[in-house]
Design a protein around this ligand. Structure first.
Ligand code: NAP
Length: 353
């Protein structure tokens, strides 16, 4: 058995960064070489994440300037970025430059939106700013691991949490041919989806015991979901997407509705979902409706479906921080390095969160 890979996490003090540190602690193929932070460099990891104190011992955060020298020249490096979009591309570029200077064998998985588009113009049109490293885009593939064969590029941009929840439901629905290609989608996310810095609209008093839609029919992840749906299913949907803020910390619950084609039935839809995900270890097609608590804090997705004469619906529940970010990123990293796809990700949901 070979030595574990050197895992490096950029943006390590954020919510996704913290989940990466937690998952790496339980992954036999990854050893944390550096948790990289600009704001907390030198501080013990346990000061920012007390729940990780026992797992991370006396390890401290490293500065961007220092992490590469902590790792042996020529080492195998699994580098994750959990920095915000707009900042991630430039720090990934700087990290790859350091890696080249130290002859690292490296794969990168980025949790931000910076590597979800194949060209800088499409990115700039959605995010309103020039891409931070457009020359790197051709080295990145993107998509939900269940919808992409193999590892088509050395590095991967994770598709994001709303996109993962919606795509896991929408792609087999579109591919089945049972529905029209116009989708009506509601997605409800927990508050960790907004990161650790409170904003007026995402602060606890606003979200607790509350539920509201935001950016209806205008959310910036819509074009990404359309693009990934088309690539995976061969059908480009019209997507009517309404995100909601839910009164819970973790999880995403998405319902994807479409007009049924003549003769479509609930049984046919369920069979299409089950066949599509027959070899997908993290996706379970359930009887009835999925429930958040059955997936939260795990890398699992539950799908359920229903049909009337006119309409079809597929419901999808995931954890935004695990399957929708850190766990999906580890799943991709496993694949990029040829490790078993489930390694370090098999813990079931605790349910009583
Ligand atoms: N939260 C989710 O559910 C979720 C799901 C899917 C994808 N994502 C994506 O994952 C990334 C991280 O999300 P998050 O929720 O963990 O965010 P977060 O809690 O705000 O953490 C982001 C971290 O990035 C670092 N950072 C902030 N500004 C930076 C800059 N200008 N340059 C470099 N580093 C910077 C900070 O760490 P230091 O100052 O310590 O370096 C910060 O703790 C984002 O791109 C987000 O869109 C999040």
């Amino acid at each position: 058995m070979s030595d574990p890979l050197n895992a490096v996490v950029l943006g390590a003090t954020g919510y996704v960064g913290g989940e990466l540190l937690r998952l790496i602690a339980g992954h036999p193929g990854l050893a944390l070489a550096a948790a990289v932070s600009e704001s907390r460099a030198g501080d013990p990891i346990g000061d920012v994440f007390p729940h990780l104190r026992s797992a991370r011992g006396g390890q401290s955060f490293s500065a961007h300037a220092d992490w590469a020298e902590q790792i042996d020249r020529g080492a195998r490096v699994a580098l994750f970025s959990a920095a915000p979009h707009g900042a991630s591309a430039a720090i990934v570029q700087a990290a790859l430059d350091k890696a080249a200077a130290r002859d690292f064998d490296i794969h990168v998985v980025d949790a931000s939106a910076d590597f979800r588009y194949s060209n800088g113009d499409d990115y700039a049109a959605v995010y309103g700013a020039a891409h931070g490293a457009p020359e790197l885009l051709e080295q990145f593939a993107s998509g939900v691991p269940e919808h992409v064969e193999g590892a088509p590029a050395p590095h991967v941009g994770h598709p994001g949490c709303f996109a993962t929840a919606v795509l896991l439901a929408a792609v087999p629905l579109l591919k089945s041919g049972l529905s029209e290609p116009e989708l009506f989608v509601t997605g409800i996310t927990g508050s960790t989806g907004s990161g650790r810095s409170p904003q007026p609209g995402t602060h606890h008093p606003e979200r607790h015991s509350n539920l509201y839609a935001y950016k209806p029919l205008g959310h910036r992840h819509t074009p990404e979901i359309v693009r990934f749906s088309a690539a995976a299913s061969g059908v480009e949907p019209v997507l009517n997407f309404i995100p909601h803020s839910g009164p819970f910390a973790r999880g995403i619950y998405a319902t994807v509705q479409a007009k049924a084609k003549d003769g479509a039935t609930a049984d046919a839809l369920k069979q299409a979902l089950a066949e599509y995900y027959a070899d997908a270890p993290f996706v379970e097609v359930v009887d009835g409706t999925p429930r958040l608590k059955d997936v939260v804090a795990s890398n699992r997705c539950q799908l359920g479906c229903a049909a009337s004469e006119d309409a079809l619906v597929v419901m999808s529940a995931i954890d935004n921080l695990v399957k929708g970010a850190a766990g999906g990123a580890v799943q991709w990293m496993n694949r990029l390095w040829g490790l078993p796809e489930t390694e370090g990700l098999e813990s079931p949901a605790p349910a009583w969160t």
